[in-house]
Design a protein around this ligand. Structure first.
Ligand code: ADP
Ligand code: MG
Length: 750
């Protein structure tokens, strides 16, 4: 930050006042000015005190009912006992002192009928809620003169994110000290005047005054809107710059091979056992055109679970191989990487046996490179990648390692993006001599503006239809405690298996006696089975819940379950050796195992068309998007899928509502939005490891959709006209500050 906002608070406020603020992360004047009120107290309405939780640090607005000082009999000293009320509920305020005289000033101020803000930690004494030695400020009393007291008393009262060391009004006072003397010349606005005018936004100084010292409700609401826009605008300008810089990078053009001459892509298309959906065809055309350009493609492909993204990616990879380059396919788990390699080899047939007897003359090879490969196999795969013999290299993030060299990397495909961050994308991009083309795929539907915010440096395409002939999926909630329902569940599994189908049983943990959820242990090399347990975000009733079900325990139980007698039950989880995981998946695909008990390792992209039924234990404790992904593993063939969500949630709780919502809809976008509403913005952005930044304070990626779209349009126009922002030094500085924040966070995480 420039101007006076860059000044240290120690200088502006003095070391004593600045020290506690520093504990809140507020170091400069600008930091303090961007520490916006969380909410505003309306002088006309009191806080509903029915909601105060024991042990919580609270700030309440209440009216004094009475206050009395008395000396204590049991021990030396005096006590002031006051009672404040919201009109219905009472809260006691207790002050102790050695002498009664020391309490008189409080008694003097806490006169019946006065309204104030009181802050402290809620405790209980003989059944009454109380604050001991609360800090407080009385409306209209603590102002300098009568007139301003009247006015101050009618303003909305800003309530800041505070701590017990720094109550809200101390922050407010500090803000006023910084803010009051500022003039237009001291405050620099990253949003250019013409953009402000079009968007109907006030200047930055006015907005700072309105958000910290509002005259009325409307004032702070408008100011908040303005700062949301500012945040979106700076972020979008940064992303626009990123896009523009990437577009200036050079890439090797990989045009479609014309007719005549051998083409892997043409041969592949000719042998395809199904026709491409309309979406697959048109997205395919877009990709083909972009790959033919001499600047790097940067595209996000979204598609519902089962919409057929793999084929789209494979066709793009073949175009690149035909043009003499190599393609890398990056998967988030070893299981998925191995499956991709298997699928690609199967789809390609002789085309993937280049150089081998019986292979197509112009064929290529598909190499698999994962972290747990044996030394010999690893060496072979590395050699094939470095020599260019393998046109396609499939792997986990082991592909990002320094030892991995490519002869001519032309395209990087990242499957299931939600587990890969920007940094990993960048690392892979840096592997080519010139920038490779990049295609990112995700099956977690991302609301449009989230995509704009999190993946704003990418262009997006979507596959909205699933191939014809899918029978779809039905979901039901099964109450865990109901024995008859559980019996019925296993009977349904049996019926499916008897029809020649297969069943997944998903549990959140591996070992019954370990505290940690699956993946929390040390052994998982990949992100294989980290369940997205909601417990981690909301602890609602977590204590009196039964323990989470575990793979090993449930597998043993199923082997004893009469309804499943004679069936082969296998297990799959992230702590198994890679070869064991592989063989379990292969046995399940081949039907040698009919029931697979697994962690969420099967979440992403595992494709066994014969699997028709899935039982999910502790379904109420998973995130919605993850459950949607999980259940996308069944109903992928011609037979209808069935998903049974075993839940321990009490009826009527939010957890129960969540599972019911999942049972009712298969609309991934709706579920993703519902899921987001349950989480904080930090989670949303943090999950994608992108700009979780302290720079987004007010912006809400779901609700502020229109605003983000506007900001993006305006920011792109500014950047298009002035790429390096030479005419917009304040905006440029704001972007740099934001990058610093991100980098810092990245370093902290590393
Ligand atoms: P996802 O988009 O979830 O990654 P996949 O690419 O794994 O989906 O495709 C799911 C299944 O659909 C695969 O078995 C694939 O072979 C099949 N598939 C893909 N495209 C089509 C199509 N156009 N018609 C029929 N089946 C298809
Ligand atoms: Mg997939």
């Amino acid at each position: 930050m420039t101007g006076r906002e860059g000044e240290a608070l120690t200088k502006v406020l003095g070391a004593r006042s600045a020290a506690p603020l520093e504990k809140l992360g507020l170091v400069t004047a600008g930091d303090l000015l961007r520490h916006y009120p969380r909410r505003y107290g309306d002088p006309g309405t009191l806080t509903d005190m029915d909601r105060l939780a024991l042990g919580e640090h609270v700030t309440v607005m209440a009216r004094v009912a009475h206050a009395t000082v008395r000396t204590m009999r049991s021990r030396a000293g005096a006590m002031l006992q006051a009672v404040v009320t919201d009109g219905r509920h009472e809260l006691a305020l207790t002050f102790f002192a050695k002498r009664a005289g020391a309490l008189r000033p409080h008694e003097d101020k806490l006169r019946p009928g006065r309204v104030g803000l009181f802050t402290g930690v809620v405790s209980e004494y003989r059944g009454t809620r109380q604050l001991t030695h609360p800090d407080y400020v009385l409306v209209g009393v603590d102002a300098d003169d009568a007139e301003s007291a009247m006015f101050e008393a009618s303003r909305p009262i800003p309530i800041y994110p505070a701590s017990s060391a720094v109550p809200s009004w101390r922050i407010q006072r500090a803000v006023r000290t910084v803010l009051d003397p500022l003039t237009e010349a001291d405050v620099e606005d990253p949003v250019p005047a013409d953009v402000r005018e079009r968007a109907g936004l006030s200047g930055r100084l006015d907005a700072l005054r309105a958000i910290h010292v509002p005259d009325d409700q409307r004032a702070w609401q408008r100011a908040r809107h303005r700062f949301r826009f500012e945040e979106a605008f700076v972020l979008q300008a940064a992303l626009a710059q990123r896009r523009a810089h990437a577009a200036e990078q050079e890439a090797t053009a990989r045009p479609l091979r014309g007719s005549g001459g051998a083409s892997l892509l043409a041969d592949f298309d000719a042998g395809l056992p199904f026709t491409l959906t309309e979406g697959q065809r048109s997205v395919g055309e877009d990709l083909a055109a972009e790959l033919a350009q001499a600047r790097p493609m940067q595209r996000l492909l979204q598609g519902e679970v089962g919409s057929g993204k793999t084929v789209v990616a494979l066709r793009a990879m073949l175009q690149v191989v035909d043009a003499g380059g190599q393609a890398a396919l990056l998967a988030p788990t070893e299981v998925l990487a191995a499956q991709h390699a298997r699928t690609l080899r199967a789809l390609l047939g002789p085309l993937a046996e280049g150089g081998l007897l019986g292979g197509a003359a112009h064929g290529t090879r598909v190499a698999l490179l994962t972290g747990s490969l044996g030394a010999a196999a690893r060496k072979e795969a590395l050699l094939q990648a470095a020599s260019g013999e393998a046109g396609i290299v499939v792997g986990t993030h082991a592909l990002l390692g320094d030892q991995v060299q490519f002869a001519d990397l032309g395209l990087v495909v990242v499957d299931e993006q939600h587990r890969f961050g920007v940094e990993q994308r960048d690392a892979l991009r840096a592997k080519g001599r010139v920038a490779p083309h990049v295609l990112v795929m995700t099956a977690t539907p991302i609301p449009r503006t989230v995509a704009m915010t999190v993946f704003g440096d990418l262009e997006t395409s979507s596959l909205t239809e699933v191939p014809a002939g899918r029978a779809g999926i039905t979901s039901h909630v099964v109450p865990a405690g109901n024995l008859r329902w559980m019996e019925r569940t296993w009977a349904r599994v049996r019926e499916e298996v008897d029809k020649g189908h297969r069943a997944y049983v998903v549990c959140p943990r591996i070992h019954p006696d370990a505290d940690l959820p699956a993946g929390g242990g040390a052994a998982s090399k990949d992100f294989d089975d980290v369940p997205d347990l909601l417990e981690l975000v909301d602890a609602e009733g977590a204590d009196d819940r039964p323990p989470l079900r575990a793979v090993l325990e449930v597998a043993d139980m199923l082997r004893e379950t009469p309804a499943l007698a004679g069936l082969d039950v296998g297990v799959l989880h992230g702590q198994m050796a890679a070869a064991d995981k592989e063989s379990a998946m292969a046995a399940f695909a081949a039907g040698e195992l009919q029931v697979l008990v697994s962690t969420t390792v099967i979440e992403v992209g595992v494709d066994v068309p014969e699997a028709t039924v899935m039982v999910v234990f502790d379904a109420d404790r998973f995130g919605l998007s993850q459950l949607h992904q999980l259940r996308g593993r069944v109903g992928r063939g011609a037979a209808a899928g069935l998903c049974l969500l075993v839940s321990t949630a009490q009826p009527g709780t939010p957890a129960a509502t969540r599972v019911e919502a999942l049972a009712e809809t298969t609309d991934g976008f709706r579920l993703a939005t519902l899921d987001l509403e349950l989480r904080s913005e930090g989670d949303v952005l943090g999950a994608a490891q992108s700009g979780k930044s302290s720079s987004l304070r007010l912006l809400r990626v779901v609700q502020d959709a229109d605003l983000i779209a506007d900001a993006r349009r305006e920011a792109s126009a500014v950047v298009d006209a002035d790429l390096e922002l030479g005419d917009h030094p304040v905006l440029r500085a704001a972007i740099a500050a934001q990058l610093d924040d991100e980098q810092e966070e990245f370093l902290e995480r590393a």
